[in-house]
Design a protein around this ligand. Structure first.
Ligand SMILES: [Zn+2]
Length: 638
């Protein structure tokens, strides 16, 4: 065993870089920057002119390299901003230009980022060459997003802190490999044979990572992952990978920072924005209910500063023995399948998180091609024998019929929705149906966190499916900006809607666990002409689930916190077909099509009978080894 420090390994890397790049590059500094190596130079132009030098260097080092200019050679900031505004066409609608002196980056916010970038990146190249600042282009959300503003502000004010964080993370990632044994140990910390608190611990002799760190909002007795297990040691944690923003996958990430976790969070950019929104909202809700939130705003900020956003398909070193790649999972905006590649191909693991193996109105279907794959961990939400989901087409038809019936009898339609995912899917369908006059053009009210989540969707249209992207980019026809929808944000406005004429209401929370949807329900429940329509999975223990089971008398708290008895007379309906999860047959065809064929499949994220049932049917029909772990159990993969 040879012990070499990361300092030594940086020295070795530096030597290769200095020997490979031409002396005229005039390197002033080389340092770790998260998974990348940053090279500061007084003459970045020379590398711009000889693109192949960098490619060869990256190949030689097997690491990603980012070129940054030395502060002494960068052009004056004001001059640079002026240069950019003159170079780029006004149609791009630049809204903000900000500078990061630590990194030598200029961030350009614009309504049409494509026009800032220019054909094949021509403008970016000109900016790099003329100003020696590194341009980063981001979209100004066409709908104002509070969260995107908060996140960008956090990053802007803490750039120095973030640089230090990336330096520490980089040192840890690039420490030399010590052990040759590549056995991998998986421990189920949460969401095995249950839904909620998703958390999987993956350990090798070299490294420890968590895939997801969620919170079970529906369970007052067991809300958190099993952090108490001796096998979990926060100090040895190299990385946390977040598959998607739903709180049962991301809700406990800030908690780790409360206990001094200082490592990276890897996720897509939309996931960073959406989970920040949901975590901040969760703090607010718990405070409002007089409960104690396991973390504070400062912990959420820490999580933002430690997040390293990755694009789908981008291969990244996250520990001495692990390369991580995220792939589209089709579940919600930015949701990812996680591919972990250990050692020199010694083991490959895919964790699906939540996934949809079908194209939806919003997203492309989950990816099935991986360079290598031995072990697959799949969700089993709808893994039961009877869990067939009606087709999208049938479900849309049913939605149209239910709305028309309700409107025709002078009623109002209340659809409780999860803020992220189902809400946007329903918005797209309603927009089309109203435009095609298949439903009457009544007011459609959107209430709760939905508009904020929709604004984040419009910030990242490149993550939407091809048709939707084309509509937004090439036809300037963004359904999320449609005038059919009216945003509601006050209690008085809600009362007016309840007392007003026929309409459609989309409101959070999706399972009637507090929020505006409950206020509407209270106001609408007395009239049998009204309809309450469920379009997403209702977790056991929620009011939504109880109503689905036939429960009609209940008490809810009014605005002043007093208990009120309510007897529901309105019509209650459910459409299952809009789910963002795969049905059993979709899971089976995903596993059949996934390449290469995995040697073993583990099931999680489903009620016990579904996890076990799915494992058994995969084994029987596909002749693959399967296991359905229980929480707390460890399995060793060799
Ligand atoms: Zn989810």
């Amino acid at each position: 065993m040879i012990f070499v420090s990361s300092e030594d390994s940086l020295n070795a890397i530096m030597e290769i870089i200095r020997n490979t790049l031409p002396p005229t590059t005039d390197i002033s500094q080389i340092e770790y920057e998260g998974p990348e190596i940053a090279v500061y130079t007084k003459n970045p132009k020379i590398l711009e002119d000889n693109g192949n030098i960098l490619k060869n260097l990256a190949k030689k080092l097997r690491k990603r390299i980012v070129v940054r200019s030395d502060p002494s050679v960068r052009r004056d900031k004001e001059e640079t901003a002026n240069y950019i505004r003159t170079l780029v066409t006004d149609e791009s609608e630049i809204t903000k230009v900000t500078f990061d002196e630590n990194m030598g980056e200029v961030t350009i916010e614009a309504k049409k980022p494509g026009l800032v970038i220019g054909k094949l990146g021509a403008n970016l190249r000109s900016i790099r060459m003329e100003t020696l600042w590194r341009p980063i282009v981001v979209r100004t959300p066409p709908i104002d997003s509070k969260t995107v503003k908060i996140v960008r502000h956090m990053l802007k004010t803490e750039r120095g802190v973030q640089k230090e964080i990336l330096l520490r993370i980089g040192k840890r990632i690039h420490r030399p490999v010590i052990f040759k044994d590549t056995a991998i140990k998986l421990t189920a910390l949460g969401a095995f044979r249950e839904v909620g608190r998703s958390c999987l611990l993956v350990q090798s002799n070299e490294s420890t990572v968590l895939v997801d760190c969620g919170l079970n909002v529906g369970s007052p007795t067991e809300p958190f992952p099993l952090f108490d297990l001796p096998v979990f040691d926060i100090d040895s944690l190299d990385a946390v990978i977040c598959t998607h923003s739903h709180l049962d996958h991301s809700g406990m990430i800030p908690y780790l920072f409360k206990y001094d976790y200082d490592g990276p969070i890897y996720s897509t950019l939309p996931t960073r924005h959406l989970s920040t929104m949901l975590q901040l909202d969760y703090i607010q809700i718990t405070e409002k209910e007089g409960k104690i939130c396991p973390y504070k705003k400062g912990d959420v900020k820490d999580a933002v500063l430690h997040t390293i956003p990755l694009q789908y398909g981008e291969v990244t070193d996250i520990a001495p023995d692990i390369k991580l790649t995220l792939h589209n999972s089709g579940h919600i905006l930015g949701a990812a399948l996680v591919h972990l590649h250990y050692g020199e191909g010694a083991h490959n693991l895919v964790v699906t998180g939540d996934f949809k193996f079908q194209k939806t109105r919003l997203l492309e279907s989950a990816t099935v091609n991986f360079p290598r794959l031995e072990t697959l961990v799949t969700e089993a939400t709808y893994g039961g024998k009877k869990d067939e989901i009606p087709s999208r087409h049938e479900s849309e038809q049913e939605l149209v019929n239910l709305i028309n019936t309700t409107l025709m009898r002078g009623g109002k339609m209340l659809i409780p929705v999860l803020a992220v995912g189902r809400a946007q899917e329903i918005i797209i369908i309603l927009e089309e149906m109203i435009a095609k006059k298949r439903i009457e053009a009544v007011p459609v009210y959107v209430d709760g966190l939905i508009s904020e989540a929709t604004a984040i969707h419009t910030t990242h249209p490149e993550y939407l499916n091809k048709e939707l992207r084309d509509r937004i980019f090439h036809q300037g026809n963004n359904p999320f900006l449609s005038p059919f929808f009216t945003q509601v944000d006050s209690s008085n406005a809600r009362q007016d809607i309840v007392e007003g004429g026929p309409c459609i209401i989309l409101a959070t929370s999706g399972m009637l666990q507090g929020g505006p949807s409950v206020q509407y329900l209270r106001g609408l429940s007395d009239d049998p002409n009204n309809t309450l329509l469920f379009v997403s999975y209702q977790v056991e223990g929620t009011l939504g689930r109880r109503i689905q089971k036939g429960f009609r008398d209940f008490s809810i708290q009014d605005a002043r916190g007093r208990s009120q008895a309510v007897r529901m007379k309105l019509d209650v309906q459910t459409i299952e077909g809009f789910s963002g999860h795969s049905s059993r047959s979709q899971i089976m065809s995903f596993i059949r099509k996934v390449k290469p064929k995995p040697e073993r499949v583990l099931t999680n994220h489903g009620e016990a009978a579904k996890c076990v049932g799915l494992a058994s049917v995969i084994h029987k029909r596909l002749k693959i080894d399967t296991r359905s772990l229980v929480n707390g159990e460890t399995i060793v993969l060799r």
